[in-house]
Design a protein around this ligand. Sequence first.
Ligand code: SF4
Length: 452
Amino acid sequence: MTTAELTLPNHSLPTADPRLDAIRAKVERGERLSLDDGMVLYETPDLWGVFELADLVRDRLHPGVAYYNINRHLNYSNVCALSCKFCEFYRKKGDEGAYTHDMESIAAEAKKACESGATEMHIVGGLQPYLPWDYYPEMIRTIKRVAGEHGTDLHIKAFTAVEIVHLAKIAKKYKRANRKESIRLILSELKEAGLGSLPGGGAEVFDDRVHDETHKGKIRSDEWLDVHLVAHELGLNTNATILYGHIDQRRERLVHMEILRRAQDQALSRLGYADDKDAFTEPGLAATEEIDIGAITLTRPGSKLPTPEMAEAAARNADGSSGSPGGYFQTIIPLPFIPDGSELEHLPGPSGIENIRTLAIARLMLDNFPHVKAFWIMQTLAMAQTMLQAGADDIDGTVVWYDITKVGGASTHQEVTVADLQRAIREAGYEAVERDTLYRRVERDGRSWKLA
Ligand code: SF4
């Protein structure tokens, strides 16, 4: 482990599991793990051995540091056409508590974000069936205008993949036979308005059984991946999530991770990373039919992480003309299912041990994702802090307002101070580094900031 803070007294350490030895050898060499390796990591009683392996990878990628940001979340509407079983956020039009922000209140939120020194607005909402398409680019332009009036900028990370498909439909640009082009049109217009990146929500667990039983009507994994693939092709970075701990099985989670890392192989190959034809690739689980490359890992000693500068360089041809842009997945965010208030309230939800184990396994399996986030809103800050020593390198930001989930009866106002975030990171043994949305270091003087 990086520091001694998490070390338990020796008498409480479980017996080391010899099945971890072969996995350790692979991890030390930076080799890709198989789904069977993942199952061993889930089943072994040597929990601390799993954390230690995840910490080894995390320290190789981000030695001595952990990240936070100053952000503000905006849920523009909780009115949704769907009724996913695990969701406590959605309302139907006319329901008590249903809301939709108008441009005036969006501008007011942007003003508060600027005044707090935020670098990012994180925006998601329900699949609002009554708003026109124009509302969405206008929302982005409004926030950008307010930021300009305050002499600053706000990176806009907005809209999950299912929202993007919904926007294509309400814009009447969605063609099932050519859905990638529909998605490209929508993302291009949003990017033109000022969209900076996509969050990773709505992935749930990539499995048709889970899909049909818990969120039928929502897009399936292939369409979720198409949205992210097109975003990457347009030069937009994205994140990915896994919402686990409801009716999913552990192996289904591992398949989800395998599909994500194959999609990232594809993104990184466009950035110029060479694939290793000899490296292990899980048979029969390509993310899309187009992937014909070998594994690309970032966890080998000496590997370089992708950066926005690398993506910009990939977008320029040697003669200065425009080439193909290179967005990529930045972060995997494991999200535990929170039963309270959902249709699946009778389920217990995952335990703390399952949460930290799943995060550590995500770090180990997703060898080509630069970052792993312990999202404090859903994990709690105390747990997120602990997760920094089991694979996480990021605990997200100040958030302020968050309506999607409320752990333990929290209200919509869910805010931590910068001092809280910094202290949590320092206590875990790391230098607390403020980042922007694209993981560039931020230098700050009070509320004003610039990239380092
Ligand atoms: S999870 Fe998203 S799509 Fe499903 S009901 Fe909730 S807001 Fe709507």
